[in-house]
Every structure is written in structure tokens, then in C-alpha cells.
Design a binder for this molecule. Sequence first.
Ligand code: CP
Length: 327
Amino acid sequence: MNIQLDSQGRLKHFLGIEGLKRELLIEILDIAASLIQVSEKAVKKVPLLRGKTVVNLFFEPSTRTRTTFELAAKRLSADVLNFNISSSSTSKGETLLDMLNNLEAMHCDMFVVRHDEAGAPFFMAQHVPEHISIVNAGDGRHEHPTQAMLDMFTIRQHKGEFHNLKVAIVGDILHSRVARSQIFALTTLGAAEVRIIAPRTLMPKGIEDMGVKVFDRLKAGLQDVDVVIMLRIQRERMRSALLPSEQEYFQYYGLTEDMLAQAHPDAIVMHPGPINRGVEIESSVADGSRSVILQQVSNGIAVRMAVMAMVLGRIDKPLETAKDSLV
Ligand code: CP
């Protein structure tokens, strides 16, 4: 049984892409597409989560994910609490469960959780009462499911259906929760080919079992791909030196204009952020006409709105018209 689904197969929590069916992923993308218009209106609000309280619990730093979750919740008319972990009583030894119990006592409806421990959102989902939903905003090296869904949304926006697409994911695969969620999403959505490109020290053992093709040379891996997804080197998760130097990494795995010329002429360039210019990507590529990096950020709001409204049972099909739903 998938803990994130209710007895009717609807989303109850959103913890990971692994194990979710294609139809459900398409439903998230379609609902998000109908919510894009909300952020383009003069009044950027719909009443889907009016009366609900969302708590952002970020135990790790974040720029894009935390702010877009907050904006998404506010655009759904929820009350939002950004819980400051560093000044909370966790610093006095309070456990995660005790903290949760106390927040539950304040009648919250949803916790959006980022944690450096893989599995923390699953643990929380197992311990919260029935009426509370947990949304994973990135757990350790495990999954970052809303990031993957906003990436799928952006790919579909530019490329249409997935079944003809060759997608390359490049960089620190070993430490990347984003790559894992993207691989689950792309293979479930039927992408023609998912390529993983990384130095051997940053390639997880057995990754082929996830249905991907493995390359350790950037030039070969980028041949004719439609989508290039670059990843950051995650020094904060490395327990030993796995790379000689950032300069050398850039020389072999950095996405330059010359390297991008190996991809399909219409290929788009993506990156979940934060980007490290001159380490995994050249500035002219990050800021160039084929980069959709900032569109990914914008799309994150609609995708997170869709997920939040779905887990609280407030929407199960695309909004018909924005007019019907305005506050
Ligand atoms: N992509 C992403 O998770 O970025 P943040 O760490 O800034 O949230």
C-alpha cells in the first residue's frame, strides 16, 4: 500500500514520485496548468484552501522551494506559518514528534517539510492524525517530488508529449534527490530515453536498474537530446573528496555553448537551482535563449498549488475558468 494515497487512490500526502501512476502525474500537471492563470491575474487568489492552515517546516536552507510553497498556499487563500527552526525549541532538545504534536494542537492542516534526513516526511506522515497532510519539500538524498513535477510541467510546456523525448540529467547524481524524483517521473511518463551523465565517483551504483542509460562522457551523452537538466555539485552532502577541483569538473562536465551544440538544435536547458556559474554551467548558457531555468521557478507556484489543493481534497480536476474560482 502506498502511504501517500487514500483508499480511492487519491493523493493524501505527497512524499515521493516512486510508485505513483502515470495518470496521477498527468492529473497533477493538468490541474497545475489550469492554475497557472491565477498568478497572471490582477487578484492572484482562488479560495480553494480558504480556512486551511499550512505550516512550512524547513530544517535545511531553501530559496525557491520555501518561497514558492508560501506563495502557492497564499494564492490558494490558506493561512501560512513559516516555522523558524533555528529559533524553535528543537534547539532545546525537543524531538520532531513532540514538535509535530504541539503544532497539531494548533489545528494545522498541512506540513510542508524539508529535512536533511531521507525519510523524515514519511515518518511524519505515519504519525500525524488522519486530517493532516504532509508534503515533501526535499528529504536528504531521497526525493524532491514537487521539484520533479515542476520540471515535468516545464518540459511538457516546451516539448509536448514525453514519449519522443530524450532527456539528459547531468552532474552530481549520487547526492541528488532531484535526479531520483526526475528519473521516476520521466520513466513513468514514458520518456523515450533518460540519460544520466556523471563522473564515476558521482554515479550511484546500480542506477541502470532505474531504467536509464549511463554515460561518463558529457559529449557522448548530450548527442541529440531534447532536454538537458544540469545539477549542482552538492558539497554539503559529500563525506569525502569525490572531485579533483571545480575547475577540472567544469572542464569535463560543465555545460558550455560548445557542449550544448551536441544536443538537438531545439534542446532546452534546465537546472533546479541554485546554480553555480562556472562550475556546472557557463553563464552564457544559464542566461541564454535556450535556458528555461527561471520558467521552472515560476511554474513551481502552479505545481505546488495543484499538489496542496489535491492532498487536502479540494480539487480533483482542472479548474474550468478562473472567473468561477476568484475570491
Ligand atoms: N530547487 C531547490 O530545491 O531550490 P532551493 O534549495 O532554493 O529550494
